[in-house]
Design a protein around this ligand. Sequence first.
Ligand code: AVJ
Ligand code: FE
Length: 365
Amino acid sequence: MLEALGLKEHIVAELAEARGRTLRLLEPLSDEQLVCQHSPLQSPLVWDLAHIGHFEELWLLRRLGGAEPIFPESDDVYDAFEHSREERPALELLDPATARAYLADVRERVVGALERTELDPDDRLLGDGFVFGLVVQHEQQHIETMLQTLQLSGLPHDAGGPSPVTPGEEVLVEAGTFTMGTDTGWAYDNERPEHDVEVPAFLIDSAPVTNTRYAEFIEAGGWSEPPFGWERDGDGWTCCRHGSTAPLAPDEPVQHVSWHEADAFALWAGKRLPSEAEWEKAASLGVLDGTGQVWEWTGSDFAGYPGFEPFPYREYSEVFFGSDYKVLRGGSWATHATVARTTFRNWDFPVRRQIFAGLRCARDA
Ligand code: AVJ
Ligand code: FE
């Protein structure tokens, strides 16, 4: 791992990078656009904003430094487990200017505290700067959530989209054991501990499913509804993105499909979704092209690995384990590099389509 001084500089740079991204994303929006709720699936953007600061304050100033809360009456408002997203617009939210000042205040204190803190390698929160990494990744993940909100609302933004992929062939992955998960760095509890998994031989597509291929499935009546954002246009389709409508890009990976739709596509194509273990094994062998463009639904339920231990809080992962949630892998165009690692696990309900999620097919060898 990085030696101590380099590690602190790395943390400060990662914190600053995330904050720059947050502020740039929200900068063009009016207070009204920040405060209103665009979709019942998503929080008002100003909630995400203040929640980013609250999470940072909670872990880095209060838990680590023993500081008193800055807004004690807001603790419940910004605790994601106290109120559903749907309820959040009715809460007493900090207004946008107060939220921005709050984030800046917390950050200034955090950088000061980091300078004075010894990153003791024997302390689970401090070793490798783990708890700082938790805060960096949390902010980066909320940026992606806020981009989903912008996408659902049709508000413009310039954050980009997926890049085209080259529809490829199937790749054979021979039977054998590989090491799944990781024990290092800023990896979340749900990626740990690393463990050996025996995977039978399988075939996996070298590329995610493109818009063209997915349109064939819709035309064939494989599913009654097109992906979120698609509109009929004569014989073809348009796609609404960043608030403007354009012809569907043929070679981009399809996104905004639910797990049910992904699963149905794979069956229609005579294949199936890869399991998480298959996906991670193929990714660690370097045979997957086009990862990091769209999240890829897997066939797996979200569960703890053998020997899983919740750390540092049960509500990050453990409370979601079970058959209600399906796992997504690989990261999307909206996922920052700090989060988009091969072992990273995302999850959502199988009916959800607000995520930048598509799929890649696999089958038994
Ligand atoms: C990993 C994207 C499912 O948004 O619920 C944000 C990330 N956890 N704040 C979520 C998260 C706490 C999480 N996902
Ligand atoms: Fe959060």
